[in-house]
Write a protein that binds this ligand. Structure first.
Ligand code: HEC
Length: 142
């Protein structure tokens, strides 16, 4: 009897606890590796570097790359000065300060062609100064 319940407890441990621990370890590891996405610092441009840090803190890099990789959202590499087309408005816009600011404050105003309306609204979440620094950062990504 005593041996039986010991056996049961041990098999419970093996079949329930061990897989749970393995799952938790793998899950937390995969979450961690996503948070490690951090573009290189910008040298010699304090405002752009501030923008990089603000963008990192706001979680922008979960959806935007700075190396040309298409993620949930378009890459920021070479965005500044580029012609943009949209799926909900039939005008073309050159990505300038005003456009980038609007894209951050009201993402659904102009939805970039080929992407869906998944970006959160940052109006009221980021200050005007923070948004200006992100604009400077995006401008620095040639
Ligand atoms: C959940 C994913 C997600 C997050 C987080 C996110 N974005 Fe976006 N973003 C998108 C998607 C998708 C688009 C394209 C659709 C659209 O225009 O709304 C986009 C579009 C943009 C554009 C226009 C890009 C272009 O190619 O014209 C800018 C600028 C931008 N985001 C900046 C930001 C900034 C700054 C942050 C953080 C403060 C951020 N995004 C966070 C998904 C995201």
């Amino acid at each position: 009897m005593i041996f039986d319940s010991w056996l049961n407890r041990r098999s419970f441990f093996i079949w329930a606890i061990v897989p749970t621990i393995i799952f938790m370890v793998i899950f937390s590891w995969s979450c961690n590796s996503q948070h490690k996405i951090e573009p290189a610092p910008v040298a010699g441009d304090p405002l752009a570097e501030k923008g990089r840090l603000v963008a990192k803190g706001a979680g922008c890099f979960a959806c935007h790359s700075v190396d040309g990789t298409k993620l949930v959202g378009p890459t920021w590499k070479g965005l500044y000065g580029q012609k943009r087309k949209f799926s909900n408005v039939s005008i073309e816009v050159i990505a300038d300060d005003a456009y980038i600011r609007e894209s951050i404050e009201s993402p659904s105003a102009k939805i970039v062609a080929g992407y869906s309306n998944q970006m959160p609204v940052f109006k009221g979440i980021l200050s005007a100064e923070q948004i200006d620094s992100i604009v400077a950062y995006i401008k620095s990504l040639k």
